[in-house]
Write a protein that binds this ligand. Structure first.
Ligand code: SAM
Length: 286
């Protein structure tokens, strides 16, 4: 396990992923009934942007760093605001020092009745994450293979919620594992929302992934991709992808508002663009 998210914390991919995450959890808050978020590949929770790893790449400056003073237009700004509020809450003196990872973002959005289960396999990272939530009865941190959570840990006892699957893609076969994991998880928790992150590096591989998702016959699969540059000749993270299965009914329209200004702000090139489409619609077979 060589992947260290600290090198990439707050980069463009984190920004898009975490804005989508925020919008989904805010939707879950609309009902009084408790929800659970299961974060299968949780990371360390809080990243020091002046630390050795983030300081080497400074990727955050072309990610969250570009959002801080950006002008999104009124509608998109209102939808992005809750995410930026969390980032700012983690940096109370105004200077950007810390970036919140997915479990910390979710924690900011839990009401007293809601719960977070965070899994992280790396022993050091799992330890750092557990420190953040020590004594917090709403959060359970487990050092465990996150793929296992897509079986035995489902459904959560709350029977409503979100499963975020954000693997590091450092070994081959992650796209296949995402599809197989989703199929397994859906059988146990068909009413849940699933958010699956993937890198857009090799377009053919992404297309095979999309085809495989379509062939699962699972309804309501929404795809979002945001590109920051045209396809590179060498494999490079040109874009970030998120699949949302069973999205809130509001999410498509929200992303249609957010993505145009966000892609302009995050892109390295003009018109790098984005994709927002249904891999499968409401009906099985659609
Ligand atoms: N979700 C985090 C966020 O948005 O802030 C970032 C997660 S990072 C992309 C992927 C994490 O998965 C790394 O911290 C890595 O140590 C961890 N990891 C790798 N293989 C794992 C596995 N099989 N189960 C759980 N965690 C794993």
């Amino acid at each position: 396990m060589n992947y260290r998210h600290a090198y990439h914390a707050g980069n463009f991919a984190d920004v898009v992923k975490h804005i989508i995450l925020t919008r989904i959890v805010l939707y879950l808050q609309r009902k009084e009934q408790a929800f659970r978020v299961i974060d299968t590949h949780a990371g360390i929770g809080r990243y020091d942007l002046k630390g050795i790893e983030a300081g080497k790449t400074n990727e955050w400056q072309n990610g969250v760093g570009r959002l801080l003073d950006a002008n999104f237009g009124t509608d998109a700004a209102a939808l992005i605001q809750p995410y930026l509020d969390i980032v700012r809450a983690e940096n109370p003196d105004g200077a950007m020092r810390h970036y919140p990872g997915s479990p910390l973002i979710v924690r900011h959005l839990l009401r007293p009745q809601d719960r977070l289960s965070a899994l992280e396999l790396h022993p050091v990272d799992a330890g750092l994450l557990a420190e953040i939530f020590e004594g917090d009865i709403q959060v359970r941190v487990t050092q465990l293979d996150g793929w296992l959570a897509l079986g035995a840990h489902l459904p959560p006892k709350e029977k409503r919620g979100l499963v975020l699957v954000d693997p590091p893609f450092e070994v081959g076969g992650e796209f296949k594992r995402l599809v197989e994991g989703l199929m397994r998880a859906r059988k146990r928790f068909s009413g849940g929302t699933f958010a699956l992150w993937y890198p857009v590096k090799d377009r053919d591989e992404v297309q095979r992934f999309v085809t495989a998702l379509h062939e699962t016959q699972i309804p309501k699969i929404l795809r979002t991709e945001l590109m920051i540059r045209a396809p590179s000749p060498e494999p490079r993270l040109d874009g970030t992808g998120m699949i949302v299965v069973n999205p809130p009914y509001t999410l498509y329209d929200e992303l249609r508002t957010i993505l145009p200004p966000l892609s302009k702000i995050l892109s390295d090139e003009q018109n790098a663009g984005f994709t927002l489409d249904w891999i499968r619609g409401e009906q099985v077979g659609a």
